[in-house]
Write a protein that binds this ligand. Structure first.
Ligand SMILES: Nc1ncnc2c1ncn2[C@@H]1O[C@H](COP(=O)(O)OP(=O)(O)O)[C@@H](O)[C@H]1O
Ligand SMILES: [Mg+2]
Length: 253
């Protein structure tokens, strides 16, 4: 990072209170364009909540969310997606009965325009199908193009979710535990896909428990604990930070 890049995503004083419970509080974070930030912290720290507030699934009770400098705090999910924000979910968000290719083609078609219909049998040469096939190749799923998405292995589903994301051409993506439940053998392939996504200039925020993955991919690591952001710095500085060590490793152990 040179520090000269514009801010792609920023949250200011972000908080969420539900009933009497403070789920998240005082989170300040600015992510520069093209940066990959790993988000770590024990279960229940508020990582998914942060993503839900950024993507618009929940509204914060305090603070602001800015995308490319625009305040989107009150904007619905779809408006944020149109503004370039993409996300994957911890639980799968695919259409299980549709084919692998069709899942990606819907996203390609959504971006390229045209009738958004799965009832109309697509011509194999149409622009959306070609675009979708390219994204399937990127994630290494070409050989599964005709399979029902619901029949894929867990690791392949994660790859398909990323292909769907690629088809939307987001400028900022939120990946919530992309390696969760993925077979060890699939982890390097998925890491490469995320690296490639980041390599296209995409800004990435990624919640991930595999520390080797986070340390290998992230420009900076954000540490969450009890609904607060404890620190956000280079992987080296985070690993050497005694406060982070005791809070994070203490809770996890
Ligand atoms: N809709 C909700 N209602 C009440 N509590 C919630 C809700 N969503 C999350 N929480 C609580 O907020 C805390 C943070 O959850 P979450 O963001 O899922 O953590 P993480 O993703 O870091 O494991 C947890 O204690 C969880 O039980
Ligand atoms: Mg979570």
């Amino acid at each position: 990072m040179t520090g000269g890049e514009p801010t792609a995503l920023e949250v200011r004083g972000l908080g969420l209170r539900i009933g009497g419970a403070r789920i998240l509080q005082g989170v300040d974070l600015a992510v520069r364009q093209g940066e990959l930030v790993g988000v770590i912290g024990p279960n229940g720290a508020g990582k998914t909540t942060l993503f839900n507030l950024v993507s618009g699934v929940h509204r914060p009770t305090e603070g602001q969310v800015l995308l490319g400098g625009q305040d989107v705090t009150a904007a619905p999910v779809a408006a944020r997606a149109r503004a370039g924000l993409g996300r994957t979910f911890q639980t799968s968000s695919l259409f299980p009965r549709l084919s692998v290719l069709e899942n990606v083609r819907l996203a390609s078609q959504g971006r390229l325009g045209g009738a958004l219909s799965v009832l109309r049998f697509p011509r194999s040469g149409d622009a959306a199908t070609r675009d979708a096939a390219e994204h399937l190749a990127t994630v290494g799923l070409t050989h599964r193009a005709d399979a029902a998405a619901g029949d894929l292995s867990h690791g392949d589903k994660r790859k398909l979710e990323i292909a769907v994301l690629l088809a939307m051409r987001p400028t900022v993506v939120l990946l919530d535990e992309p390696m969760a439940g993925v077979a060890t053998a699939d982890v390097p392939g998925l890491c490469q896909v995320i690296k490639d996504l980041h390599g296209t200039g995409c800004t990435v925020l990624m919640v991930e428990h595999h520390m080797d993955v986070v340390l290998g991919l992230a420009d900076r690591v954000a540490v969450m604990h009890h609904g607060e952001l404890l620190a956000c710095d280079t992987p080296e500085k985070i690993m050497a930070d005694p406060t982070v060590q005791s809070a994070y490793l203490g809770d996890v152990a």
